[in-house]
Design a protein around this ligand. Structure first.
Ligand SMILES: NC(=O)c1ccc[n+]([C@@H]2O[C@H](COP(=O)([O-])OP(=O)(O)OC[C@H]3O[C@@H](n4cnc5c(N)ncnc54)[C@H](O)[C@@H]3O)[C@@H](O)[C@H]2O)c1
Length: 364
């Protein structure tokens, strides 16, 4: 019999994204899915039947009391993430929470404080950061091998029809916290910031052109990064040919990523400036041991760190950065001016940035 430690995992919220978590837990040799709960009991039972028969509980409190799981995966709508994370952390579990981690910066601050109090980790799922190519390109940029980053594009051009917004929590500020920028664009923005580092300022506009929602179905923004790059960002749920694009022009090369919901090496391309020599170009090549991006790679890296008693890996660190960027984009749209990251450290302004955006253009 193996004496390897095994992480006992639980999932709360057995809807669409929970299957990716269950698959990632199953793919990790040192973990087992032991329990699930959902406020729709039929859903929880159906899910359990398909995913190895973990125990099913009526609610999170009874699950935590009976199972004392090592890790709780929160796969519920964002409006309940903060309270559920608090409960799981207080019960001594580490937490892996789906994006967006909560509805407001204040809620995320509270969750991070609860994790620190409990001496547990709080990992947020931004799985676009994972995979061997993203890691490689990040290292190339950080080492200066490609020169300074100058120009960037960040496009999340997706399609979500009215059926998608029929789910009651979607399309409303109170329950979703924002529109397509927070729910979809945050993935590419998170990857862009993972590659380029801290942002300095953002100016953004929110638009509602076609969907019957209270939030935005399109946003446009310009982000300035500390490293000097300027990024143009477009996020939409109105785009019939869906694509997710990141492009970064540095002094020496153009980096391009085009994919939809996940990427492997074939989705990346690095084009050198004409005068860069072959040996330099060869040194930029993607590594041979390819890993695709996704929940599997994220959970693997987080679980490795948990079992080693280490801090969270880079793919799950800085949970606030991309959320702050989106919150500042919303604030910029509301205030009609550029918002600087430094403003977020002022508690008064940080609070003010949370005020709901009431005007999305054109008004309906
Ligand atoms: N990382 C990704 O690629 C990705 C993809 C899809 C969704 N998500 C995120 O995952 C989260 C869930 O999205 P989804 O599409 O799976 O939603 P969903 O509506 O399909 O599933 C949510 C589940 O949570 C349950 N639930 C709701 N409130 C609950 C509560 N208080 N207690 C227990 N169960 C509750 C619902 O009954 C439902 O089964 C959201 O934050 C979403 O943004 C992330």
């Amino acid at each position: 019999m193996s004496s390897e430690p095994v992480l006992r995992a639980a999932i709360i919220g057995t809807g669409a994204v929970a299957a990716s978590h269950s698959a990632a837990i199953a793919a990790y040799t040192g973990a087992a899915l032991v329990a699930v709960t959902d406020h729709d009991p039929d859903r929880a039972h159906d899910f359990a039947a398909l995913h190895g028969e973990p125990a099913v509980y009526d609610d999170l409190a009874s699950l935590l009391a009976a199972e004392s799981p090592d890790v709780v995966h929160i796969c519920t709508p964002p409006g309940v993430h903060a309270d559920q994370a608090d409960a799981a952390l207080a019960a001594g579990a580490h937490v892996v929470v789906e994006k967006p981690p909560a509805l407001t910066l204040a809620e995320i601050d509270r969750m991070l404080a609860a994790a620190e109090r409990a001496d547990r980790r709080l990992a947020v799922v931004f799985q676009q950061r994972t995979g061997s190519a993203a890691q490689h390109v990040r290292d190339l940029l950080a080492s200066g091998a490609l020169g300074r980053p100058l120009v960037a594009l960040c496009h999340t051009l997706w399609f979500r029809g009215e059926d998608y917004f029929a789910v009651p929590w979607r399309g409303r500020w109170e329950t979703e916290g924002g529109g397509t920028t927070l729910s979809h664009g945050i993935h590419q923005l998170d990857l862009l910031a993972y590659l380029l580092g801290d942002w300095a300022a953002v100016s953004g506009q929110l638009w509602r052109l076609d969907r019957d929602v209270a939030t935005e179905d399109l946003s446009t923004a310009v982000v300035r990064f500390d490293a000097g790059a300027i990024a143009s960002v477009v996020t939409s749920v109105l785009s019939p040919r869906e694509t997710s694009v990141i492009r970064i022009d540095t002094e020496l090369a153009t980096i391009e990523l085009e994919h939809l919901y996940g990427h492997a090496h074939a989705n990346w391309r690095i084009t050198p400036r004409r005068d860069v020599d072959d040996a330099t170009v060869a040194s930029w090549r993607l590594p041979d041991d390819e890993r695709a991006s996704g929940h599997d790679d994220l959970v693997r890296q987080v679980y490795d760190a948990l079992l080693a008693g280490a801090g969270l890996p880079a793919v799950a660190a800085d949970p606030l950065r991309s959320f702050e960027l989106v919150a500042a984009l919303y604030a910029s749209a509301r205030l009609g001016r550029e918002v600087r990251r430094s403003e977020l450290s002022d508690p008064g302004l940080r609070g003010a940035l949370e005020a709901p955006v009431t005007e999305v253009r054109p008004p309906r």
